[in-house]
Design a protein around this ligand. Structure first.
Ligand SMILES: CC(C)(COP(=O)(O)OP(=O)(O)OC[C@H]1O[C@@H](n2cnc3c(N)ncnc32)[C@H](O)[C@@H]1OP(=O)(O)O)[C@@H](O)C(=O)NCCC(=O)NCCS
Length: 143
C-alpha cells in the first residue's frame, strides 16, 4: 500500500531516516528536508506492515522532480518501485503538472530501465556529475 508521509509525523520521519539511512546518510537529512523544503513530498510503500520503499519528490508548482527512489534490497524486483512511480504519476495527472524530471547515474541500468518503462526520456548528460560518473537528466512530459 502506497501512502503519503504527513510532514508533521515526526515519529514516522525518524523511522524513515533509520530504514533509509543509505539514502539519507547525513544526520537528520530527511527531517531537514521536511523542515526547510516546503516542496518536499514523500510516499512510502508498506507491505505486510513493513515499510519497504520510498519515493521522494519536490512538487514545485506545476513540475515534479524526483529526488530519491529506493526499495530495500530484499524487496526489489517485486514491482514496488513501479507502484511508487505510478502513484506519483497519478498524483501529477490529477494536479495537471507539466512534467516530471530526475537525474540518474548513467550506469544505473535498473533505474534507467524503470524510468524508460514509465515514459521518461533522456534529455541531457551532466559530465562527471556523480564523482566522475556522468548523470543523465530524464524527463516525462505530462501534458
Ligand atoms: C531501481 C529500483 C528503485 C527498482 O526497484 P524495484 O522495486 O526493484 O523495481 P520494480 O520491481 O518495480 O521493477 C520496475 C522496472 O525496473 C527495472 N528493473 C527492476 N529490477 C531490474 C533488474 N534487476 N534488472 C534490470 N531492470 C530492472 C525493469 O524495467 C522493471 O520493469 P519490468 O519488471 O517490467 O521489467 C531498486 O533497484 C533500488 O532501490 N535501487 C537502489 C536505489 C536506486 O538506484 N534508485 C534510483 C536512483 S535514481
Amino acid at each position: 500500500m502506497v501512502q503519503l508521509v504527513n510532514n508533521s509525523d515526526e515519529k514516522l520521519i525518524d523511522q524513515l531516516q533509520v530504514i533509509f539511512n543509505e539514502v539519507y546518510d547525513q544526520k537528520d537529512g530527511l527531517k531537514k528536508e521536511f523542515l526547510f523544503n516546503p516542496y518536499t513530498q514523500v510516499y512510502i510503500d508498506i507491505e505486510d506492515g513493513q515499510i519497504v520503499g520510498l519515493i521522494h519528490i519536490n512538487a514545485i508548482y506545476d513540475r515534479y522532480e524526483i529526488n530519491n527512489l529506493f526499495v530495500l534490497e530484499d524487496f526489489r524486483s517485486k514491482g514496488i518501485a513501479s507502484k511508487l512511480m505510478e502513484k506519483v504519476i497519478e498524483e501529477g495527472q490529477n494536479k495537471k503538472i507539466q512534467n516530471i524530471t530526475l537525474e540518474v547515474r548513467i550506469d544505473n541500468y535498473r533505474a534507467i530501465s524503470l524510468y524508460k518503462k514509465y515514459g521518461f526520456v533522456a534529455k541531457s548528460v551532466r559530465k562527471s556529475y556523480y564523482n566522475g560518473i556522468d548523470g543523465v537528466l530524464m524527463e516525462k512530459e505530462m501534458m
